[in-house]
Design a protein around this ligand. Structure first.
Ligand code: PEP
Ligand code: MN
Length: 337
């Protein structure tokens, strides 16, 4: 249920509705919009007593939300959400490209790549300190040492950092260093992790699960918003299909579909989406063309020696060339880069 306030509703009136919602044991989520504030109600099992809320001062109307997900829905908030990662707005007119190594391997490697992607046009630095690897024998990441390295790279380049929290236990430390907490594809339905991220003070980059429907993806985002963290960026990173010429099948059609249903920004990850260096640029161009708010791209100065995801990593030079192309595409779509 959504309580829509009148255009010039006073702060006390909004506060009054919030109190009335909480008095019934529900949770209130005030969502300021360009025109008016709406207040989402969650935590109710059955129907909410509409007339009670309709009668409160400042209330324009009370409308049911038809989707199972509520707070992420465009029904609840018509305008696009802009999420701030450090000082970088994601979801506005400006496209945002996050780039960096799959894994933080050393200070030297991370600084080299960070300088390269900064020069090439990245606005955010990506890099995993805690890595979800298919094999327990593969490089698992440097842990907190990796986070310190990322912080050093941010200090030097000014690029805010996006890095993954693998489990509930690692959120505390990741939250201390990161500008955005990444929840990986394998964790998209790790509900305790989602709830913990919902209590975090940092934005969350939520990757789509390998076999997740759009509805499941949005429900996972809903877990984070329901706990009070409205700063969520969706990320399409490819799903499993029968198609065998790429690591995953990048589902670019999900971008306009997600944008229609949700106000949250969405990035595309062409690196995990294809698993192939030669496909990163073409799919990046496609992602921008279908309306993504930006990209997250794996870059390594020496991909063939990378400790993880070398085959899908592009060089800083290839990254710069890609950004130059995207700068030509962006204006056609009314976007800037
Ligand atoms: C990553 O970004 O390096 C990563 C592990 O991504 P995903 O969770 O999409 O596989
Ligand atoms: Mn990777």
């Amino acid at each position: 249920m959504l309580v829509v306030m009148r255009q010039y509703a006073k702060a006390e009136e909004i506060e009054g509705v919030v109190r009335a919602i909480e008095a019934r044991g529900f949770k209130a989520h005030p969502i300021p919009g360009e025109q008016r504030t709406a207040i989402g109600i969650t935590g109710n099992r059955g129907a909410v007593d509409r007339p009670v809320f309709e009668g409160l001062p400042g209330v324009l109307e009370v409308i049911p939300v038809t989707h199972a997900y509520k707070l992420v829905s465009r029904e609840v908030k018509r305008e696009d959400t802009i999420v701030r990662v450090g000082d970088v707005p994601v979801g506005g007119r400006e496209l945002v490209i996050a780039a960096g190594p799959c894994a933080v391997e050393s200070l030297e490697q991370t600084l080299t790549v960070a300088r390269g992607v900064k020069a090439g046009g990245a606005r955010l630095l990506r890099g995993g300190a805690f890595k979800p690897r298919t094999s327990p024998y593969a490089f698992q990441g440097l842990g907190e040492e990796g986070l310190r390295i990322l912080a050093a790279a941010r200090e030097e380049t000014g690029l805010p950092i996006v890095t993954e929290a693998l489990d509930v236990e690692s959120v505390d430390v990741v939250e201390r260093y990161a500008d955005a907490i990444q929840v990986g594809a394998r964790n998209m339905q790790n509900f305790s992790l989602l709830k913990r991220c919902g209590k975090a003070r940092k934005p969350v980059l939520l990757k789509r699960g390998l076999a997740a429907t759009l509805e499941e993806f949005l429900m996972s985002a809903e877990y984070i918003l329901a706990e009070g963290n409205y700063q969520v960026i969706l990320c399409e990173r490819g799903v499993r299909t029968f198609s065998d010429f790429s690591r995953n099948t990048l589902d670019l059609a999900v971008v306009p579909a997600a944008k229609r249903l949700s106000h949250l920004p969405i990035l595309v990850d062409p690196s995990h989406g294809t698993g192939r260096r030669d496909m990163v640029a073409p799919l990046s161009r496609g992602a921008v063309a279908v309306g993504a708010d930006g990209l997250i791209v794996e870059v390594h100065h020496d991909p063939d020696t990378a400790l993880s995801d070398g085959p899908q990593s592009i060089t800083p030079a290839a990254f710069a060339a890609l950004v130059a192309e995207l700068r030509q595409i962006a204006p056609v779509l009314g976007r800037a880069l």
